[in-house]
Write a protein that binds this ligand. Sequence first.
Ligand SMILES: [Zn+2]
Ligand SMILES: [Zn+2]
Length: 310
Amino acid sequence: MEVTFWGVRGSYPTPAPETVRYGGNTSCVEVLADGGERLVVDAGTGLTRLGDHLMSRGQLAGTHHILLSHLHWDHIQGLPFFAPAYDSRARISIHAMPDTAKPLAKVLAGVARHEFFPAALDDFAAPFDFHEVLADETFTPQSFRVTAFRLNHPSGAMGYRIDADGTSCAYVCDTAPFTEVLHKKHFLHGLEPISEADGLELQEMRDGVVRAIRGCDTVIYDTHFTPEEYAKFPHYGHSTPDQALALCTGIGIRQLVLYHHAPNHNDAILDQMSGLYANLGRQVGLEVTTAREGMVLRIGGAAPARRVAS
Ligand SMILES: [Zn+2]
Ligand SMILES: [Zn+2]
């Protein structure tokens, strides 16, 4: 199994000379099984590059399975620009957590509402279908085995463990740590004290994450904030590399990938974080890699990261 990072940024795209090495596109990861089957996780603006890549290889036809962590802009904005959506030989199959108020198909059709985009999702050449994913559910798109688990984020988010080819990786994005804040339906405007029941729910959620990712070869984790930034914004729904390290240590994980970089983290800042956490990881037996756009990781082996061909 191989993972390619097509977008590594959180919140919004940041194309600029000072972000060119780590990349400016928002969250999108491609998981490729050794037999050639493909799963896409998140549909941020990085998805447009994957679409172009598939077009250049004549691989637009067939069913494209996309797992969404949640429906915030930085995780869906590439969807109406995904090249296979314009090919009648293709089908786009979206897997995501249900919305509490509206059917998933209706919510996602919103990305191509006429006010925002010239064509409705129904007008695309490729049909879209939508599958609701529940926490702790396991499903099997193609030969992948996917297990979903709850994360701590405003309005919720779903993490995924993906097993194939006798190995596994996990995608844990977006999430706050499981301590100070329990995110519910809406964005919090500050730190609110948590009740005992909230504390228990957070502990349960953390236990669920640990249970799901235990023994994974590689874990891709939301490390949006530095500790100093987190201290200012604990209610934003994101984590730090320290929190990711603490959660991933001692549960049989080989590699932690720092991901969903904050828009203000330019190449110089990310170089610093990359060096610092690679060292801290070594001290606890974890290989820590900082995600870069175009990076390809071999899962289930210690092959060095390489750049994608195009
Ligand atoms: Zn995000
Ligand atoms: Zn989010």
